[in-house]
Design a binder for this molecule. Structure first.
Ligand code: C2E
Ligand code: MG
Ligand code: MG
Length: 698
């Protein structure tokens, strides 16, 4: 059996006859779903309702001597929260009864004109209506609370475009309260404009009339509040549709995106700028370069790229530390910026590389003017942490459209020109020339082939004899690398050694030469040939590499060659570059008995004080000076000077490139110790060298 919930009904009736009639109706109806309680006044009803809850209040409107009219309804409402109210009215009071329906009364009955069945129906309907009303009320207040709580601003307009609702956020952002704005056109309170053009934007809701889709606010939209405060806003406008799908107004949802935009701008700034100097980075430069090329193409004008590299930055960074290096880069960045005009871009590519993009260039010479300005600005010392630092710059220039029609080509060619500038003595600028490109391509192909040369056994070592000038006896051999390329044939060291140095290939190749030469020297000694010094050329890069000493000692141990029989040749410029770093390596070599010669002496502008610091055995006088003996006898004073320097430092002197007997006679007279040159013998294979030595012994 289903359970029927009995609902309490409270009858408020002062007329006993009327009360009896009602009670009879309840009994007649045999209704067991209602339980009737009767009180005689509103005051009694209030007292009763303090203790009991009721579903229906059956209230005789005329029964209330202690209260009158609508006040009764108010009191009834207050006392019986949640109960539905059904009025019993006299016929003449029907108008009043009808009006109470607007004040939360659910139904009324005219006394004497209703049957028990109608009474029951009125009560049931009133309960149902009360439930519906409460549900609606709850939903509405939930929606209201939601709209007030969300972070977005909400404005609703009616079909005429007048404001019907503003939530708290909208009130705050527009500076207008709902009270002030209600019923007025949207644009009276909602002032928006296009941030890019500064134009007042149109009412976004009017575009929606007759449509059912969602629109968005204009992009770049700024809202100005009543007190003039401006914020960027973003979001949507949607129509409000009735049950039949017709528009009855619109709802505008928007939010303040000023902070989000600032953050997005900051992020994109970070992505496009170098964090150390704040200059545009490679990404932004490429973008600007593309735009500049397009513009120059349309206008038929020129633009120039200056590719800059600091010559000795790495040295400063290594020796003084990265924090100092960073400060120096910042100082360089500032100076570069001071050298260009507003439309130009100074960018940092990374490391110590910078690129200047010059726009509105009339003649290529304009780029040269800027390059000169940059060189001059960079020459001045940078004062970093109380220290005066000097950096010089090499600049390569490419010009659109002559040196390239696209960004990549222009950058590559400016880089190539920069490379040439560095090679030709630094602190200079060079315009790109097509031949440079050919040279760069050639260089690239040499590098690729050289990579494979070792494993393909294309490398060999030749040996040039070194003689004692007085006795004419062979005292040493200089190991000189030879490369037989499968297509090019014999490639001279002058062509491939610089490539090997740039690419780092000199490290494995140099080690290979060292091992080969030491093995050879050991073989000759074992074969009973007279002991000689084996001289091996070591490039500066190799000399300063971390494991140079370790690998040299391993080779000596492996081959069993006496350290005293090995002589390392490092060029003067190689030794002088970062000279201090070389001192401990030289010391370790000398402690173990390995000899060290300064090769190509006279070309590296060493200072004598430095030379004294460097622990070396031998100076090899560069060929260019020896050549001067025959070509310009007046210049022989230089050779004499070098020899006397060597003597004063107690160093062995070896003259290179002795080709004529005139050279030999002069050097002998000047007391030069040893010499090598075509006059005595060219570099030859190991077998030929052994043969030479044997001939001497015999
Ligand atoms: P270097 O060390 O000064 O070697 C002497 C160069 O002068 C050699 O050139 C030699 O063939 C050349 N030469 C000797 N006597 C005469 C002469 O009377 N007249 C003329 N015109 N030239 C003479 P090479 O073999 O072409 O080597 C050139 C340079 O390449 C060397 O100069 C050296 O700096 C470098 N090199 C050669 N082999 C190696 C190596 O194994 N490692 C490294 N790092 N560099 C090497
Ligand atoms: Mg040499
Ligand atoms: Mg030399």
């Amino acid at each position: 059996m289903s359970r029927i919930q009995v609902k309490n009904v409270l009858l408020v009736e002062d007329d006993p006859e009327q009360a009896r009639l009602i009670r009879e109706m309840f009994n007649d109806q045999g209704s067991y779903s209602f339980k009737l309680t009767h009180v005689k006044s509103v005051t009694d009803a209030e007292a009763y309702l303090q203790r009991q809850t009721v579903a229906v209040l059956l209230l005789d409107l005329s029964c209330c001597p202690d209260a009158s009219g609508f006040e009764v309804i108010l009191r009834a409402h207050a006392a019986a929260r949640g109960a539905s109210i059904v009025l019993l009215s006299d016929l003449e009071d029907e108008a009043i009864a009808m009006r109470t329906m607007e004040r939360g009364v659910q139904d009324y009955l005219i006394k004497g004109q209703f049957e028990p069945r109608e009474l029951m129906r009125a009560m049931r309907n009133s309960i149902a209506r009360k439930i519906l009303e409460e549900t609606l009320f709850n939903e509405k207040s939930r929606a209201q609370i939601t709209l007030e709580c969300i972070g977005d601003a909400v404005i609703c307009t009616d079909i005429a475009g007048n404001i019907s609702f503003l939530n708290l956020v909208a009130e705050r952002m527009t500076g207008c309260s709902l009270k002030e704005a209600a019923g007025l056109p949207l644009l009276d309170s909602f002032h928006i404009m296009n941030a890019s053009t500064g134009e007042i934007a149109a009412d976004p809701t009017t575009r929606l009339i007759g449509h059912s889709r969602i629109n968005h606010l204009p992009v770049n939209c700024i809202l100005t509040s009543r007190d003039g405060h401006q914020v960027f806003i973003e979001d949507s406008v949607a129509p409000i549709l009735d049950g039949s799908g017709l528009s009855t107004g619109s709802v505008l949802v928007f939010r303040d995106v000023t902070a989000a935009r600032a953050l997005a701008e900051q992020i994109s700034h970070l992505a496009e700028h170098d964090s150390l100097t704040g200059l545009p980075n490679r990404l932004l430069l490429n973008d600007r370069l593309d735009q500049a090329i397009a513009q120059a193409g349309r206008k038929g004008s020129l633009l120039a790229i200056l590719f800059l590299d600091l010559d000795n930055f790495k040295h400063i960074n290594d020796s003084l530390g990265h924090p100092t290096g960073d400060k120096l880069l910042k100082s360089v960045a500032q100076r570069l910026q001071a050298c260009v005009r507003t439309p130009d871009t100074v960018s940092r590519q990374g490391g110590d590389e910078f690129v200047l993009l010059l726009q509105e260039v009339q003649h290529a010479e304009d780029a040269a003017i800027t390059a000169r300005r940059v060189l001059k600005a960079m020459k001045e010392a940078h004062t970093i942490e109380g220290r005066e630092l000097h950096v010089t710059t090499s600049i390569g220039i490419s010009v659109y459209p002559d040196d390239g029609m696209d960004a990549a080509t222009l950058m590559k060619n400016a880089d190539t020109a920069m490379y040439q500038a560095k090679e030709s003595g630094r602190q200079v600028f060079k315009f790109f020339k097509q031949e440079m490109n050919d040279k760069a391509v050639e260089r690239q192909s040499i590098e690729e082939d050289l990579r494979r040369a070792l494993e393909r056994n294309e490398l060999t070592v030749h040996y040039q004899p070194i003689f004692n000038l007085k006795s004419g006896i062979i005292t040493g051999a200089e190991a000189l690398l030879r490369w037989t390329h499968p297509n090019r044939g014999s490639v001279v060291p002058a062509l491939f050694i610089p490539v090997a140095e740039d690419s780092g290939l000199i490290l494995p190749i140099g080690e290979w030469v060292l091992r080969k030469a030491c093995t050879q020297a050991r073989t000759w000694a074992d074969a009973g040939l007279r002991p000689i010094r084996m001289s091996v050329n070591v490039s500066a890069l190799q000399f300063r590499s971390e494991d140079f000493l370790k690998s040299l000692l391993t080779i000596l141990a492996d081959t069993g060659l006496e350290p005293e029989s090995l002589n390392i040749e490092v060029t003067e410029s190689g030794l002088m570059e970062r000279a201090k770093l070389g001192i401990p390596i030289l010391q370790s070599l000398r402690e173990r008995g390995v000899q060290v010669a300064v090769d190509d002496f006279g070309t590296g502008y060493s200072s004598l004080s430095y030379l004294r610091m460097l622990d070396v055995d031998t100076l090899k006088i560069d060929q260019s000076f020896v050549r001067a003996i025959t070509t310009s006898p007046d210049d022989t004073s230089i050779v004499s000077a070098i020899i006397s320097i060597g003597r004063s430092l107690k160093l062995r002197l070896i003259a290179e490139g002795i080709e004529s007997s005139t050279d030999l006679a002069f050097l002998k007279a000047s007391h030069c110790d040893e010499g090598q040159g075509y006059l005595f013998g060219r570099p030859v294979s190991a077998e030929q060298f052994a043969h030479l030595q044997k001939m001497q012994v015999n």
